[in-house]
Structure formats: C-alpha cells, structure tokens
Design a protein around this ligand. Sequence first.
Ligand SMILES: Nc1nc2c(c(=O)[nH]1)N[C@H]1C(S)=C(S)[C@@H](COP(=O)(O)OP(=O)(O)OC[C@H]3O[C@@H](n4cnc5c(=O)[nH]c(N)nc54)[C@H](O)[C@@H]3O)O[C@H]1N2
Ligand SMILES: Nc1nc2c(c(=O)[nH]1)N[C@H]1C(S)=C(S)[C@@H](COP(=O)(O)OP(=O)(O)OC[C@H]3O[C@@H](n4cnc5c(=O)[nH]c(N)nc54)[C@H](O)[C@@H]3O)O[C@H]1N2
Ligand code: SF4
Ligand SMILES: [Mo]
Length: 702
Amino acid sequence: MSKTLHHRACHLCEAICGLTIQTEADAAGQVQIVSIKGDAEDSFSRGHICPKAVALQDIQSDPDRLRQPMRRIGSEWQALGWDEAFNLVAERLTDIQARHGQNAVAVYQGNPSVHNYGLMTHSNYFLGLLKTRNRFSATSVDQLPHHLTSHLMYGHGLLIPIPDIDHTDFMLILGGNPLASNGSIMTVPDVEKRLKAIQRRGGKLVVVDPRRSETAAIADQHLFVRPGEDAALLCGLLNTLFDEGLTRASHLPVSDLDAVRSAIAGFTAEAMSARCGVPAATIRQLARDFASADKAVCYGRMGVSTQAFGTLCQWLVQLINLVSGNLDRVGGVLCTEPAVDIVAATSGGHFNRWQSRVSGLPEYSGELPVAALAEEMLTPGEGQIRALVTVAGNPVLSTPNGRQLEQGLGGLEFMLSLDFYINETSRFADLILPPTGPLEHDHYDTTFNAFAVRNVTRFNEAVLVKPEGTLHDWEIFVGLAKAFAAHTGAELKPTMAPEQMIDMGLRFGPYGDKSAHKLSLAALREQPHGLDLGPLKANLAARLKTANKTIEAAPALLLADLQRFADAPAGNPEQLLLIGRRHVRSNNSWMHNYHRLVKGKPRHQLLMHPDDLVARGLADGQRVCVRSRVGSLEVEVASSSDMMPGVVSLPHGWGHGRQGVQLAIARAQPGASANDLTDERQLDALSGNAALNGVPVEVLSA
Ligand SMILES: Nc1nc2c(c(=O)[nH]1)N[C@H]1C(S)=C(S)[C@@H](COP(=O)(O)OP(=O)(O)OC[C@H]3O[C@@H](n4cnc5c(=O)[nH]c(N)nc54)[C@H](O)[C@@H]3O)O[C@H]1N2
Ligand SMILES: Nc1nc2c(c(=O)[nH]1)N[C@H]1C(S)=C(S)[C@@H](COP(=O)(O)OP(=O)(O)OC[C@H]3O[C@@H](n4cnc5c(=O)[nH]c(N)nc54)[C@H](O)[C@@H]3O)O[C@H]1N2
Ligand code: SF4
Ligand SMILES: [Mo]
C-alpha cells in the first residue's frame, strides 16, 4: 500500500476551494481515494470546503456513471467504440445539415462547460465546424444580463466588476445567497467568514430577498422585495443618491451621466415603493447608509438577473456603484487582472446581430436565448431544429418549460450528449459520449480566476490517472472534429492540449514573460497550493474596451428599457409568485445521485408562509398541486416564516422520477422540477434571459 497526497482546487462551483486529497494504491496498482479535506495551506480558501467536494469520491465510484460511449436503440442502451461513435455523429449531422441546412443542428452548452477547462478550450474545435446559428447555453438562464450590461457600459461582456469583499464597509446583496451558493460572479471561498469580517470591522451587510435566506439570516438588515420588482427598489436608491446630493465624483472617464440623472428623475423612492413592497423611507435610508459608508458594494446576482427586468437591474447596480464613487475603488467593486487574461485577448462581443427564427429573440455573442430552444424544434418551417448536441447540460430540468422541451427532444432526428449520466435530458439522446470525471483530468480556471475577489492563479493536476479507453472532454471534441471534417472535406487546423494553451496564456498575460513574475505552466506546477497575486486594484480606466475608452453610463438600449419598466403594469399584489432556491448540498441538477449529499431531511419542498397555507386551507407537510400558465406538478409543502407572504419557493434541479433516468439514488427521492412551472414566454425582454423568478402560480391541495 502506498499513500500519496495531492493538492488541487475543487472546481464544482465558483469558489474553487483548495483541497488535499489522499489516495492509496494497492499491490495491484489500483488507486482509491482515502480522504478529501480542505487545504489549510491554500492562501485563498484557507481550508474552507463544503460537502460537495467530499462527494467527488462518489462521482468517481458511482455505478451509474457512464465510462464508454452508449448508443440508444429504442429504450435499450448499447456500448460502442469511440471511432464508431465519432463516425456515427459525423454521418448523422452532415446528412441532416445537407438536407435541412446548417441551422438545423443546434447546440446547448451547460454550466460545467465553464468549470472544466477542456470544455472551454476545445468545444469550438468541433462545434465551430457546425456553423450553426442555433447555439444556446445556460448563460441565458443565468448571467446574460451581467454580460450584456458590461458589454454596453465597459465594452466587454466579461469585464465585470467584482465586490472587494475583504475591504468593504458596506455590502448590499440583492438576489444572491452566497451562504448556499458559495458566491457567484464573485469567486470567494469561505464567504461566510468574509461577510462576518465586514461586520467585525464595524461594517454592515444588507440583504434584499423575498426569502429570509441563509445569507439574510446573518445580515444586519434584511428587506423583503416583491419578486421581479428589484428594478423599482434600485431606481429608488439611485434616484435618492442624486436627489439628496449623495453622489461622489469618480476618477473614471464617464460619458452621459447627465442623461442618467435626468432619466431617473421621476423614479423617486416614493413612486417606487408600492411596486417593490419596500417603504419609501426605508429605501431613502438605505441609500443614505450606502452613501455614508466610506467603501460600499452593491451586488446583484442570480435572483435579480433571472427576472423580467434583469438587465435593467444589473445596469442600475453598476450605476449605484459608479455614482457613489465605489466603482473601481478599493473596498468597492474592482475588476480583476487575471494571469490568463481573456478580456485583454479578445474583442468585446456583439448583441442582436441576428434573431431567433420564431420569436425574434436577440443573439448575444453568437448565442440565442435558450427559452427559444423548444419552439425552434416544435415550429415547422425552414430552419427548424432537427438535431441537437448537448454538452455538460441538463436543459430539461434547467430551462423554462422543461415539459415543452421534452416534446421537442422527442421529435428530433438525432441527438448527441456529452455527459457521464443518462439523465432527464440525455435519455433522449441517440448517443452519449462520456468524458473523464473531475479528478481524472487536469484543470486551469480561466473563468473563475477572472471573477475572484483576489488575483489568484493555480494549475490543478489530475489526481487519478484516466482509465484506459476513456477520453477527456477535449479529446472527444478533437475526435468529433476529425470525423466531421473527414465527412465534409473541411480543413481542420492542428490543435494542442489545453495545458499548452494555458502555458501560452500565462506567458503572454500580465504576469508572464515580460513581467517580474515570469509565470508559465512550469512555474505554476511548482505551486500546488496556488499562487496569490495580490488584492484587486483600480484598473478599469486602462481595461475599458468601449470605442471611446469611456464608461457608457447611459446606453440607449438601457434608457429605453427604463421606459419599458416605467410603462409596465404593476403586478397584482394578490398573485402568488414562485421563486427558486439553492442548498449547499446541491449543484444545479446533477449531484442528487450521491447518498452523502441527499441523506437527511428532504430539501426539495415548496416553502410557503404559514398565513398563505392557512388562507388556502393547507397543512404543513401535505402534498400540494402547484400550477402555472405552462404546467403543474405535485410536491410536499413546508411552512416557513422565512418566506415573504405571497411568495413560494421551489428549488430547481429536481424531478428525477422521469421515465428512463438512470440515477438510482436520485430516483429514490426525485422531487419535482421547478422548470415544469417556469414560463418560456416570461423573459427579460431586452436580453432574452429567462425570468425564472416571479412566476405567477396557484397552490391547491393535491
Ligand atoms: N428555476 C430555475 N432554473 C434554473 C436556475 C434557477 O435558479 N432556477 N438556475 C439556472 C442556472 S444559474 C444554471 S447555471 C443552469 C444550469 O443548467 P445546466 O447546465 O443545463 O444543468 P446542470 O444541472 O448544471 O447540468 C450539468 C450536466 O453536466 C454534466 N457534467 C458535469 N460535469 C461534466 C463534465 O466535466 N463534462 C461533461 N461533458 N459533462 C459534465 C452533468 O452530469 C449534468 O448532466 O440552471 C438554471 N436553471
Ligand atoms: N450549493 C449550490 N451552489 C451553487 C449552485 C447550486 O446549485 N448549489 N449553483 C451555482 C450556480 S450555476 C450559480 S449561477 C450560483 C448562483 O448563486 P446565487 O446568485 O447566490 O444564487 P442563489 O443561491 O440561487 O440565490 C438567489 C437568491 O435570490 C433570491 N431571489 C429570488 N427571486 C428574487 C427576486 O425577485 N429579487 C431578489 N432580490 N431576490 C430574489 C432567492 O430567494 C435566493 O436567495 O450558485 C452556484 N453555486
Ligand atoms: S464551495 Fe464546495 S463545491 Fe464549491 S469549490 Fe468549494 S468545496 Fe467545491
Ligand atoms: Mo448558474
């Protein structure tokens, strides 16, 4: 028996915590994981870990995990070889494109695409060959408003200011629950300690959320907001800052701030109060508290992005930071200077250059809103989607109106999934190609180093040798690309391994060959606990990518959206509204098949305020029927005085009882899918992002 200690980051979520993993090899050379712990020597995560990291060993040993290509014949699955599989894909996709055009093949890329660097570096090596405009991803059920806002204001969709959590005196969080999610577009391992440190420094934490979330529970102040109406609260805050002379000059070059000042003039706290449900005096006081803090952060995340005015909300968040003098300021919000600097290396993206065929939804940087995916499959005519490639995604459980998408998937001529499970989505595939597991491949975080609250970098070695006959995601893309190119006669440029690309990115980056750091892949390999490159610093003026190198404070599209918001009818206060939630033991839809994460009391219930239960004659714990415009489901209801009256909460990512799903543990406690209720027509009309929060529902006894 020989034991080895490995150090690498967990890349299951955005926090990228350092881990210490012990493995043991037996006499026959079989390697087992003995323990997974937080790495106390990691200067960024300081030993922090959550239960999901310990479950990495369960992913490794899960008998339901696929290890070889699988082809579906009716309801039976048969193993086949890689080359046969690649040729089958090439044959089917080229045939469908020859008959129906290139756009007949669609692509959906899911969330792990940004958590596994081979999916980042190599997906386009194959998917680019498809030359389809029908590209979709989880971006449009998540952070699209952040990208669009940064694209319009700062000239690059990835130039997103990050809360300087370690130096701020005042943190205002809207629609984020970092105590459950471990932070998002704010890579911050150990977030609870860092939030409590704000309070220990004498600062304040304020949370705006229709549920008294885990984060709200540790806050100095929690405000309930009517779901989907944060724009009203944010308008009221911005208006108060101007109205009461609470603004502070910025050192940054800014265009059109006066246009913002006049556009927001009518949106007083008093006018906005009824819409958001927050008293005008509270809005005004919050603006004063925010402005009187020396250093303050306004941060809006998932809960405010996935609503009807998601992009407007993100713009207002940026403006509040800007006019209060907290944009690009230590203790406010700052842009990173990552070791592999994608912002510097790429152009800023584009918006609305083309639209989806059926509903005319706008593209953003080559992707269409995923809410349109099902209708593009189900609506006949030229350009109809006939085939789909899913990569690391489960859109049946994660995109609005999952039942409608199931109908679309059932009618496809061909579907390929790159995934290691037969889940709610991939069960429709004709072919599933499973990559190696998270500990079997190396990893460099191009995305989350760039969103981190410090400038950090590390290279993560594989912990386990990949089993013979298995392929990494990037190798699957290379195999697919070669087979496809051979079929079409397309020219295929040579490629290199992801680690070589990272080596180049590091050398050309700000800490590379031309700097004192001389960072390279080889140098990083010497740093198993990662490397801290220092705190975030003011750098936005130099990083702006707008044509005139100034911040566009008042993009025409957003001024128009402010008017759309003003014109929108106020919601009916009697209407029950649905929101989502996350739990620290979950990871979207795909980590319910590990006993250690799902054991204990169930976590998939509908939460409802006790008064709302009484009003409907419902009892805590009973099964209820929840209905929306698009569908209905049954689930147990749990009474919770943490809910805002008139609001119910159901987590997404459940609903594993569907026929053909091969996830034994998840099926034993299947829950119901919130996205059987969310509405594909309920969107942030500007960006096309799905409005997953604030869905009108009815709840009745089942
Ligand atoms: N109602 C509601 N809906 C939501 C949300 C919500 O809050 N409420 N949240 C939204 C958000 S923020 C997101 S990001 C989306 C997520 O939506 P998706 O990305 O569509 O869903 P996931 O559950 O993350 O699915 C990940 C899939 O990738 C597979 N996988 C894991 N690792 C790898 C890998 O390394 N390689 C490959 N090839 N496959 C892998 C898993 O088996 C799983 O099938 O859901 C969205 N949907
Ligand atoms: N444990 C765990 N961690 C995760 C994930 C997971 O599934 N599980 N998913 C990962 C992913 S893909 C992402 S994108 C991040 C997301 O990370 P966060 O953005 O922190 O998302 P949530 O934890 O869903 O918190 C959203 C909060 O918004 C609130 N909310 C809902 N509607 C509204 C509204 O209208 N207004 C306001 N102000 N608040 C509202 C909800 O009650 C909830 O508390 O988490 C990541 N981390
Ligand atoms: S918070 Fe948990 S899942 Fe996220 S990186 Fe850290 S250990 Fe992994
Ligand atoms: Mo997400």
